[in-house]
Ligand binder design. Structure first.
Ligand code: HEC
Length: 134
């Protein structure tokens, strides 16, 4: 386990030298369901529609894409706390969406509508998404 973590860290450092390429390739894990589209309709990163638009996710309140109709009750409940996405809660959410919502809502049965988790690279993805938005 320790060895694996150290290996992951090494990888994290290695990709710092080629951030753009590395983060675009990470986007492959998201674009099946998510796009990044500006309020004026420019598609900044192409992707599917079964998840919310991730434009301006940094500092955006949880569950705030008004065009997305399929937020889970539990993500809405977490949003009711007034929380906004930042690097640290984004990383926590990406490593375990259900666990994140359980911790935030205090409901041990909370379940995310997103059945995807990342082992690594969430921080870089957050920074990359932030760099795409004004
Ligand atoms: C299989 C489809 C799918 C994939 C792949 C996916 N997501 Fe999601 N994502 C969703 C859905 C559906 C939701 C809404 C979840 C809910 O309502 O509980 C969501 C919600 C989110 C949210 C919260 C948005 C908000 O408005 O509060 C973030 C952030 C997010 N996803 C990031 C990512 C990232 C980054 C990736 C790639 C590593 C990714 N997702 C991959 C389907 C997906």
């Amino acid at each position: 386990m320790l060895g694996l973590r150290a290996w992951g860290l090494g990888l994290g450092l290695a990709v710092l030298s080629t951030p753009v390429l590395a983060d675009e390739s990470r986007w492959r894990d998201c674009r099946t369901c998510h796009a990044v589209e500006s309020p004026s309709g420019d598609v900044i990163a192409r992707g599917g529609r079964s998840g919310p638009n991730l434009y301006g996710i940094a500092n955006r309140p949880l569950a705030a894409d008004s065009g997305f109709r399929f937020y889970s009750d539990d993500l809405r409940a977490a949003a009711a706390t007034g929380a906004r996405w930042n690097e640290s809660n984004f990383v926590a959410y990406m490593s375990g969406p259900d666990e994140f919502l359980r911790a935030m809502t205090g409901n041990p049965n909370a379940e995310s509508g997103m059945h995807v988790a990342l082992r690594s690279g969430a921080r870089e993805l957050f920074q990359w998404l932030d760099s795409l938005s004004d």
